[in-house]
Design a protein around this ligand. Structure first.
Ligand code: AHR
Ligand code: AHR
Length: 526
């Protein structure tokens, strides 16, 4: 294995590239262009991501998006929806050539019923459409072992203020194409980018977009090369508690050259997250950044992982979305757009693609909090007075700390929860963070965390607590629905589920009854 250093690539686009043929929806057109892919918009038409990749000499061989055209000249179908009422289908196109998706057509077609996304068309002209993933090493939940199709309206989002829809992957959902053309195989070089919702993820295997096995089975190390996003730390991890952008190279999610943790790969929480994985002979990279600011950092660039079977790679050239190579389908995430290239893109090309995504001004469609009273959860007992449960999504934790009416507005907001019907049992309650809609208090390893609802039954159980009279005789206690001996407990500045005596430090019988008793308040203070 050749050692490659970890500095950003500085390869420049050669100055001779003045007129480049660009493959647009299968048609070659000439684009007048500047010599440097960092200044793509100097031609008369604004270049879109796959125009930029083509200009950089690494054309898209697959281009998928339900939100917009990825070529300035593309006006074909972006995706197809099917409605439940009569099984009819409709192709959704951009509002105009190179524009955003005509989501109003979907809304009209799906009024009074529900729709799923059946096909995500390939805009590159290679015919690499994504459709319902077939069974493989693992069966999906739908008929015949296929995966579920995404609810077509579950991921509303805005581009330039226009409402469009992403692809909402709940566990069990997956898309695939096992019969592609033009996608890298073997050790051939490729680039992959995906624009994702960085606040929707889980630990399940494996929310991927990119190159995978053509038989939907685990064919061994190095037989896939896809972008992964989530907080699985089973194979590898980045810094902190995740979620991370990693590469799924089969039998491993890699964050760098070592098989386990690589601290250069940060936890990322951007609402709109650009995730990139590139791979070619003896080198690969992971990049990522906030698609609203246009920041893009290189988390890793260097040699193939220190493990057998990944150099040379044995890529097979299928395409997956929302699942692992062997059709593992326990993962969650949201996809807006993405593409795969032939050849290893330069960083300058990718930076220009990221600038293009930022120029689209993706913003969240307003997420509604669940119904229920807004409450503050105040701890009781000695030292508890005036301390509250506070959401900290960066730490994936719930802190217990002093909050008062004079605290910073952000702190007061982080201490506010919607006490909503229990996700696993409506007779009990769940606590949704007012500061982070869609995030709930859940326990994991009996430590309370604040995480996005990933729609799994496990999450619902871990996030449901049944109110009982306070164990100390004061206020209310919150009994874990799946571990009834355990209650929410304020212990040494953090929140846990704890039994009255047990193996974890926070199960100590000392002060258990007061530390598991809470005052649910409508206002801070008295
Ligand atoms: O590499 C991680 C996962 O391992 C792959 O996505 C899957 O094929 C296998 O289970
Ligand atoms: O918190 C205890 C258990 O830890 C949760 O039920 C599970 O999600 C995790 O394994």
């Amino acid at each position: 294995m050749k050692a490659i250093d970890n500095r950003p690539r500085r390869r420049k686009i050669v100055a001779a590239l003045t007129v480049l043929p660009v493959l647009v929806g299968g048609a070659l057109i000439a684009t007048g262009s500047s010599a440097d892919a960092t200044t793509p918009s100097s031609s008369s038409t604004k270049l879109e991501p796959c125009d930029i990749y083509a200009q950089g000499g690494t054309p898209c061989v697959a281009a998928h998006s339900t939100t917009r055209a990825l070529y300035a000249k593309y006006d074909g179908a972006l995706y197809q929806v099917k409605r439940a009422s009569d099984g009819a289908t409709l192709n959704i196109k951009p509002i105009r050539r190179g524009g955003y998706a005509n989501a109003a057509a979907q809304d009209a077609f799906c009024t009074g019923t529900s729709c799923v996304i059946t096909t995500i068309f390939d805009q590159s002209g290679h015919g690499n459409e994504l459709t319902e993933a077939p069974p493989g090493g693992f069966n999906g939940p739908a008929a015949g072992g296929y995966d579920n199709l995404a609810d077509a309206s579950a991921a509303p989002v805005k581009v330039h203020g226009h409402e469009v829809y992403g692809v909402y992957v709940a566990p069990g959902t997956g898309y695939r194409n096992n019969n592609t053309t033009g996608i890298a195989t073997g050790d051939e070089a490729e680039g992959e980018y995906a624009l994702l919702d960085g606040t929707h993820y889980n630990r399940g295997c494996c929310f991927d977009y990119g190159n995978a096995e053509t038989d939907s089975h685990d064919d061994g190390n190095g037989t896939m090369e896809a972008i992964y996003f989530g907080n699985s730390s089973f194979w590898g991890a980045g810094k902190g508690s995740g979620p991370w952008v990693m590469a799924d190279l089969e039998n491993g999610l890699f964050s760098g050259v070592h098989t386990q943790q690589n601290n250069n790969d940060p936890s990322v929480h951007d609402r709109f997250l650009t995730a990139i994985v590139d791979g070619g002979p003896d080198e690969w990279s992971i990049r990522g950044g906030d698609a609203q600011t246009g920041q893009l950092d290189t988390y890793y660039h260097g040699a193939r992982p220190e493990a057998d079977g990944y150099d040379p790679m044995k890529k097979q050239g299928a395409i997956i979305l929302g699942i692992g190579g062997d059709n593992s389908n326990g993962s969650a995430g949201t996809f807006y757009e993405g593409a795969m290239t032939s050849g290893y893109p330069t960083e300058a090309t990718e930076d220009a693609v990221q600038a293009n995504i930022a120029s689209m001004k993706y913003t969240a469609a307003k997420v509604a909090l669940q119904p229920g009273p807004r409450v503050f959860l105040e701890a009781t007992g000695a030292g508890g007075d005036g301390t509250y449960a506070i959401a900290d999504v960066d730490d994936d934790a719930v802190h217990i700390d002093a909050v008062s009416t004079s605290s910073a507005a952000a702190t007061k907001q982080a201490a506010k929860w919607v006490e909503t019907a229990g996700l696993a049992d409506p007779k009990c309650v769940s606590f949704e963070s007012v500061a982070h809609p869609g995030y709930y208090i859940r326990h994991y390893g009996f430590v309370a965390k604040v995480e996005p609802n990933d729609d799994t039954a496990q999450f619902a159980q871990d996030a449901t607590f049944c109110p009982t009279p306070g164990n100390s005789g004061t206020g209310t206690s919150f009994q874990s629905v799946n571990y009834p001996a355990k209650y929410l407990r304020a212990y040494e500045g953090a929140l846990y589920v704890a039994a009255d005596g047990g193996s974890n430090a926070w199960d100590t019988a000392t002060d258990w009854s007061v530390q598991t008793s809470w005052l649910t308040k409508k206002h801070l203070g008295n």
